[in-house]
Design a protein around this ligand. Structure first.
Ligand SMILES: NC(=O)c1ccc[n+]([C@@H]2O[C@H](COP(=O)([O-])OP(=O)(O)OC[C@H]3O[C@@H](n4cnc5c(N)ncnc54)[C@H](O)[C@@H]3O)[C@@H](O)[C@H]2O)c1
Length: 430
């Protein structure tokens, strides 16, 4: 059975922390959610999430009403602390651990012997050891695993998160989890905590391995998407439908190429590979190049759209989120494309059904917002940037007479399709 946790604190109540806190509370644990965002804390205490995630609101409302989850802005004593704060990269692509360090500093004063500290934030290899050192300096009266191994008073583990926005409440329970402890006691305590709500397999390992596993998963996807994005440019040049090529290649039982798009966004795949590059001492040229290929895709899309448009064209840009059917705009390549088109002087109308207001950086560049119907009516060029359900379901008659660039391959009638070589193509050409 293992240890039973009666009171757990979750530090950081965002996309990861709030669903986790809610599911834990739903399993009967007393949960204290901690966030520095007082507005989010107030909303959570009223039983409402401060972002949209299917099935979260109903469970949140019920655990808050039952008094099993409450949100605060300052940590209090608990038996376990689960940290899920942001881990961005700085402008120069180096890891920014300020939020993790601040979260650890905030719990230092309330720690007591026997407590478990878990880091869930995606982090560079060595971060959980770094936190053990940091906490050891803040609390010299307690023994931490980096210095005391199995004799430590405080248990520390790194347990990465893999849930997919839009399916978080299901995947939190069903996904397998990697449990990376700094000693054996940390592994078994963390296994016991996750067993409270996880039905998937719990796989024990060391902290450094667990940190690397999470980074490797996202770097693998980034490299695969970079391959698809490179193929999309080559296929544009050769006038071949890249989505057909990938679908046919994926009929091979050991090939699984992901889809190209306008670039890679979000706070995970577009960020985490840099953590490997930063610590790899020059040994990660492939992972670095994949990042650069994906980061350069928005400008390629801008060039393709410019080739379709005329000076004075009105361009409808469909979708701003970094992925389909979410309101998450973080690191979205669609926003980069829209901003660059606006900077190039085009008259832009953006459609994003999942947000009420355009980001400031687009409003500042004169980008207008409209619903789908109004945007299509006004525009002569249409750029599909996100494969939201509303756009996939659009009747093809709505696009009649428009010049269309579809970065997601959802409208087959607008994909490149040529059974003979383009005039510019020569087999001898480089
Ligand atoms: N969102 C995802 O799909 C996803 C998936 C896997 C892993 N992750 C990783 O999980 C971590 C958290 O991501 P997220 O998407 O939940 O971020 P988020 O920005 O949605 O939420 C983070 C929360 O932490 C709060 N916070 C910041 N500093 C704090 C502090 N010192 N004390 C208390 N609260 C603090 C913020 O106010 C915010 O509410 C990141 O490392 C991310 O890479 C995210």
């Amino acid at each position: 059975m293992g240890r039973k946790f009666n009171k757990v604190s979750v530090i950081g109540l965002g996309y990861i922390g709030l669903p986790t806190a809610t599911v834990l509370a739903n399993r009967g644990v007393e949960v204290v959610g901690v966030d520095i965002n007082a507005k989010a804390v107030a909303e959570i205490n009223e039983g409402r999430a401060h972002f949209h995630e299917p099935d979260l609101d109903a469970m949140l409302e019920s655990v808050v009403k039952a008094g099993r989850l409450r949100a605060v802005t300052t940590p209090e004593a608990s038996e376990a602390f689960l940290i899920a704060v942001p881990t961005p990269v700085s402008e120069d692509a180096t890891p920014d651990l300020r939020y993790v360090e601040a979260a650890a500093a905030s719990i230092a004063l309330v720690l007591k012997a026997g407590d478990l500290v878990i880091l869930e934030s995606t982090s560079p290899v060595g971060t959980i050891e770094l936190l053990s050192h940091q906490l050891g300096i803040a609390r010299p009266d307690l023994k931490f695993p980096h210095g005391f191994g199995d004799e430590a008073d405080i248990l520390m583990a790194y347990c990465p998160e893999r849930i997919l926005p839009g399916r978080m409440m299901t995947e939190l329970v069903e996904n397998d989890r990697i449990i990376g402890g700094l000693n054996e006691a940390s592994v078994s305590a963390a296994m016991a905590l996750y067993r409270t709500f996880v039905r998937g397999q719990l796989v024990p390992t060391g902290g450094r391995t667990a940190e690397m596993v999470k980074l490797v998963e996202n770097a693998f996807r980034d490299v695969n998407i970079a391959f698809a994005n490179e193929l999309s440019k080559i296929c544009d040049h050769l006038r071949i439908d890249v989505w057909e090529v990938i679908a046919l290649a994926n009929h091979h039982p050991r090939v699984n190429i992901l889809n190209p798009g306008p670039g890679v966004g979000g706070h995970c795949i577009a960020v985490d590979p840099w953590f490997i590059v930063h610590s790899a001492n020059g040994l990660a040229p492939l992972i670095k190049t994949a990042r650069e290929v994906n980061d350069s895709k928005p400008m390629y899309v801008v060039g393709q759209v410019a080739a379709l448009a005329h000076p004075g064209s009105k361009i409808a840009c469909l979708g701003l989120a970094y992925k389909a059917d979410t309101d998450d705009l973080r690191e979205s390549p669609a926003i980069d494309v829209v901003e660059e088109l606006a900077l190039a002087g085009y008259d832009i109308v953006a459609v994003e059904p999942n947000v009420t207001e355009l980001p400031l950086r687009l409003r500042n560049k004169g980008v207008q917002q409209a619903d789908l119907e109004a945007a299509l009516e006004q525009s002569d060029v249409v750029v599909l940037l996100v494969d939201h359900r509303e756009f996939k379901e659009l009747a093809s008659s709505s696009l009649e007479g428009k010049r269309v660039y579809d970065t997601r391959g959802v409208w087959p009638q607008f994909r490149t399709r040529s059974h003979v070589a383009p005039a510019s193509f020569s087999i001898a050409a480089e």
